[in-house]
Ligand binder design. Structure first.
Ligand SMILES: Cc1cc2nc3c(=O)[nH]c(=O)nc-3n(C[C@H](O)[C@H](O)[C@H](O)COP(=O)(O)OP(=O)(O)OC[C@H]3O[C@@H](n4cnc5c(N)ncnc54)[C@H](O)[C@@H]3O)c2cc1C
Length: 297
């Protein structure tokens, strides 16, 4: 990568995945850079693509597990692409990919904009959520996204339909791209109503397991909750090293230590036990950084 670009954007050597992911484990990346604008992000990605250097786009790190070793590449952190502004159409909001759910909801609450409260409590960025089509309580990002601005060599605005959103999936997962920002369509309400809906959602989520995790590790299987399948396989509480399957919600694997290798061993164990018992192959929702099989980058 051209040194000039890395020099121009804030950057960090020996970037710790343990410090920047909700799993709180994983090794180091050689370099991380923190573009501050969409334009800067595009320049960084264009330079990385041109150089052929390996890179990984990281949002809030709430759905990733990084290998314990060295990641020989660049982490492109979206955390500083953080702006929220009114869109041109009424009740639309344009938000940078690094905006976190709590920040969006604070904005919506202040302006009495409703429609995104179902996201309350998810510790993610909007870029990460659009990528994964995340959601909760039966609603997904696709319900409030009008369009997504991406960079895949050039800047493109993909309308909702072009994103092909399905359960935990979007077109953006199939192509090599960075989500730069999202345009949300919301509705007019009052700050009090929005605040009430947010606190109801937070209350509904209060029973979720505590501890270092990525939320649900596996996707639901044919509409059946992966947690229920794992529980029925008798795997609640099962451990690998210091990682364990939560007793409150079996689709959560909690990292009680500091080794990604433990979490990864347990993911493999759960998959193989569920397959042995039910012939079901669970699919990971969690995204891997580096080669977990080597427990190295
Ligand atoms: C306690 C807890 C509770 C959770 N609850 C929920 C829930 O209720 N519902 C839900 O859907 N998820 C939930 N999650 C999982 C997680 O928050 C979501 O999967 C979310 O979409 C990840 O967003 P992120 O910004 O953290 O992305 P990251 O974890 O940083 O990245 C996830 C993937 O998205 C890619 N990515 C991130 N940003 C971009 C971008 N701008 N452009 C291109 N690719 C990008 C990354 O490369 C990676 O492949 C939970 C996680 C935790 C820890």
């Amino acid at each position: 990568m051209g040194e000039s670009i890395l020099d121009a954007v804030p950057h960090e050597r020996n970037f710790s995945f343990a410090k920047h992911t909700t799993y709180g484990c994983g090794g180091y990346a050689e370099t991380a850079c923190f573009p501050r604008t969409e334009e800067e992000a595009c320049k960084v990605l264009a330079a990385l693509d041109k150089s052929g250097k390996r890179y990984y786009i990281l949002g809030a790190g709430s759905n990733v597990l990084a290998a314990d070793g060295l990641y020989r590449g660049v982490v492109v952190c979206t955390s500083r692409v953080k702006y929220i502004k009114a869109g041109s159409a009424p009740y639309t909001v344009r938000a940078g990919c690094g905006v976190k759910v709590a920040e969006l909801l604070a904005y919506c609450k202040k302006r009495g904009l409703t429609g995104a409260e179902f996201l309350a409590g998810i510790p993610a960025t909007l870029g990460g959520l659009a990528f994964m089509n995340g959601g909760a309580g039966g609603r997904f990002m696709s319900d409030c996204v009008s369009s997504v601005r991406i960079f895949d060599g050039k800047i493109r605005e993909l309308a909702n339909k072009e994103c092909n959103f399905t359960y935990k999936h979007s077109t953006m997962r199939d192509i090599k791209c960075m989500i730069l920002s999202v345009l949300l369509t919301l509705e007019c309400s009052t700050p009090a109503v929005v605040a009430k809906k947010i606190s109801e959602r937070l209350k509904a989520r209060s029973a979720l397991p505590r501890g270092k995790s990525c939320g649900c590790v596996f996707e639901n299987y044919c509409g059946i909750g992966a947690g229920r399948i794992i529980e029925n396989a008798g795997l609640k509480g099962v451990r690998a090293g210091k990682a364990y399957v939560s007793r409150e919600h079996a689709d959560f694997i909690i990292n009680g230590g500091d080794r990604s290798a433990d979490v990864f061993s347990l993911i493999k164990l759960v998959k193989s036990e569920v397959y042995k018992k039910f012939g079901i192959t669970l699919k990971e929702e969690v995204c891997y950084i580096g080669d977990l099989d080597d427990s190295d980058g």
